[in-house]
Design a protein around this ligand. Structure first.
Ligand code: SAH
Length: 239
């Protein structure tokens, strides 16, 4: 069954009112009155709801049943990616949503080649579509425009904070394994040109673990997906 993401304000007692682009989506799906769909309030509840009124610009659903979120990761995961060339950030965002990130934050650092920022709205749309496609209960947040220093400040707030640098000697898996089920995990991956040694030292001075992902150098768009797959495999299967 298809899933829509609304905000809690769209839900009133037993009724959900959908407007805007989502209505176009429902028309494209050729949904008819009497058919049901899942609707997430984006916060904690997923409803099964029946379409009772379909108009050109709005659709009204009646709630039939509800359940708490069950497809969201147990550990809150934030992925920090550097600004990448040629639309690569969009691909990383899409795949990070599939792999279970709760938040994706784009930052710039010294070796970033890409200078132009993509539009936030475009990224949010990408995240929303990916969340629908893979059956997430919530749409992950996408934030952009962070400086390297702002990224470090946010990164260190997580229970597990990792800074990936190909020259590091400690392997990230050893850090993850020591923690059975952290409340939150966050990591940063550098741009095509990598992080500078100075940046890696700043991360270390902030108390963040500078870690390796193995002997091979992964591309800037591959590295975050590798880290994410390992983190969710390790933490999200423990219930
Ligand atoms: N400085 C390099 C590589 C950049 S790879 C160059 O210019 O060739 C892009 C980013 O992916 C790095 O900044 C790092 O965050 C991450 N990365 C890739 N392979 C890695 C590895 N083996 N260990 C740790 N981080 C890695």
């Amino acid at each position: 069954m298809h899933k829509l993401f609304v905000s809690p304000g769209d839900i009133c007692e037993n009724t959900i009112t959908v407007t805007g682009e989502d209505v176009e989506h429902l028309h494209a799906l050729r949904m008819r009155e009497g058919e049901s769909i899942f609707v997430s309030d984006g916060e904690k509840t997923v409803y099964e709801a029946e379409l009772t009124q379909m108009r050109k610009n709005s659709a009204v659903f009646e709630i039939k049943s509800q359940r708490p979120f069950e497809n969201e990761p147990l550990t809150d995961i934030t992925v920090f990616i550097a600004l990448l060339k040629g639309g690569a950030c969009e691909d990383v965002i899409k795949q990070s949503v599939e792999l279970g990130a709760n938040r994706i934050i784009v930052f710039s650092s010294s070796n970033c080649i890409a200078k132009e920022r993509e539009k936030d709205a475009k990224y949010l749309k990408t995240a929303r579509q990916a969340a629908m496609q893979c059956g997430r209960d919530a749409v992950p947040e996408v934030l952009t425009g962070f400086s390297f220093e702002e990224m470090l400040e946010e990164l260190k707030k997580a229970e597990i904070s990792l800074f990936f640098h190909e020259k590091a000697t400690d392997h990230f898996y050893d850090v993850l394994e020591k923690n059975s089920l952290p409340r939150s995990a966050a990591f940063a991956v550098g741009p095509e040109g990598g992080f500078t040694d100075f940046e890696a030292e700043s991360a270390e001075k902030s108390g963040i673990k500078v870690v390796s992902m193995g002997k091979r150098i992964l591309r800037a768009a591959t590295a975050p997906l590798c880290a994410l797959a390992v983190i969710t495999s390790l933490y999200d299967r423990r219930r």
